[in-house]
Design a protein around this ligand. Structure first.
Ligand code: CS2
Ligand code: MN
Length: 360
């Protein structure tokens, strides 16, 4: 397990590399250039600047997140070939600076979606990201986007680039009538276009699940359960076509057996990284994000780490979102303290599982 942290870059994150480096056991980042629009080439110069800064802080940068896929690719529009070519150039550029895994998603329009970015947890006064589908129905997509933009304390959130959101209604209209099978066909076209490049330069693609783990606003979503992942991996059969197994995203749906999924895809060599966090179920399609500790939510983190230990022990991991605790202010979901506690807890589970396995 290589413990990493999401960092948004020095102009965009209040958390510093020095702070990240001081978290026990932290080896590197899952890095991110948050100002890049979907479809743009990530140039060598900007990648070099980012990676050099990370290395200078004593951290690795072998995983990059959110190289976002342009909607034209997901929609299968004629312009997709240009965007796929840009994606290939970005893969090559990232590989030149030591990147081994790229985390992306194939969700139409939105990255993760919540109805409240700072819902107070009554038991202890901390707050966390929260979702209640009934609120979503009342708000509609445009209102939820406005609220998310207002609630994020002036920070950008992954996948919520302003230029994409400006065109929200038009983009939503383009998806009218697009079926899950059509989306999958477009996904295959994308993978067929990029995976040979990945194989050539030694980069693995890691598909992040839909979050929450079901369709929203009538949009097709094809990455939120085992059946979906089986289909995605079959779209282009290569070790470079893999997964970012996010326990919190998948865990929003209690039907997903996450340890079993880790075992299945870990044994196949198709998990390239994990995002680990806990979820507290509050009702049907209603949950909040919880502290990592198993007893704080509904996921069994011990079983999750054990499944990882047994099937994909060398994988990159990061604590996913955290709560806001100890009066910290910052980007919702991406504060320092709770994510650092999460990393420490995961390292503790790992040490215990490892020592127990060795002492047998
Ligand atoms: C991540 C996603 O931080 C997060 O919530 O789980 O934003 C993830 O990085 C993207 O979906 C990948 O494109
Ligand atoms: Mn995640």
């Amino acid at each position: 397990m290589k413990m990493t942290f999401r960092w948004f870059g020095e102009n965009s994150d209040v958390v510093t590399l020095k702070q990240i480096r001081q978290i026990p056991g932290m080896t590197g980042l899952m890095g991110f250039l948050d100002y890049k629009a979907a479809g743009e080439v990530w140039t060598e110069e900007e990648i070099k600047r980012y990676v050099d800064g990370v290395h200078a802080a004593g951290l690795e940068c072998e995983v990059i997140e959110s190289v976002n896929v342009h909607e034209d690719i997901k929609l299968g529009l004629p312009t997709r070939d240009d965007y796929i070519e840009n994606y290939r150039i970005t893969i090559r550029n990232l590989a030149k600076y030591g990147v081994k895994v790229i985390v992306y998603n194939f969700m139409p329009v939105f990255d993760w979606l919540r109805t409240d970015l700072a819902r107070v947890i009554p038991e202890d006064g901390s707050n966390s990201l929260y979702f209640d589908e009934r609120e979503l129905g009342e708000m509609g997509p445009v209102e939820i986007v406005r609220r998310t933009a207002e609630g994020c304390n002036g920070f950008s959130l992954p996948g919520w680039e302003p230029e994409r959101l400006a065109e929200l209604e038009a983009t939503l209209a383009q998806y009218q009538g697009v079926t899950p099978d059509q989306l999958r066909e477009n996904y295959k076209y994308f993978l067929d276009g990029i995976i040979p490049t990945c194989e050539e330069v030694g980069v693995s693609m890691a598909c992040h699940p839909d979050d929450p783990a079901w369709p929203i606003f009538g949009l097709p979503r094809i990455a939120h359960c085992q059946d979906d992942f089986d289909k995605i991996l079959a779209l282009h059969d290569s070790p470079c076509n893999g997964l970012c197994l996010c326990t919190g995203s998948l865990g929003s749906n209690p039907d997903n057996d996450i340890p079993a999924m880790i075992r299945r895809y870990g044994a196949m060599g198709r998990i390239h990284c994990l995002h680990i966090r806990n979820v507290k179920q509050l009702g049907y399609h209603h949950f909040r994000e919880a502290a990592h500790l198993s007893s704080a939510g509904d996921l069994d983190l011990f079983e999750i780490v054990k499944a990882m230990y047994e099937t994909c022990p060398d994988v990159y991991v990061r604590p996913d979102h955290g709560r806001m605790i100890w009066d910290e202010t910052g980007r919702p979901g991406y504060g320092l303290y709770d994510r650092a506690l999460g990393a420490t807890y995961l390292n503790g589970l790992w040490e215990a599982i490892d020592k127990m396995a060795r002492s047998r």
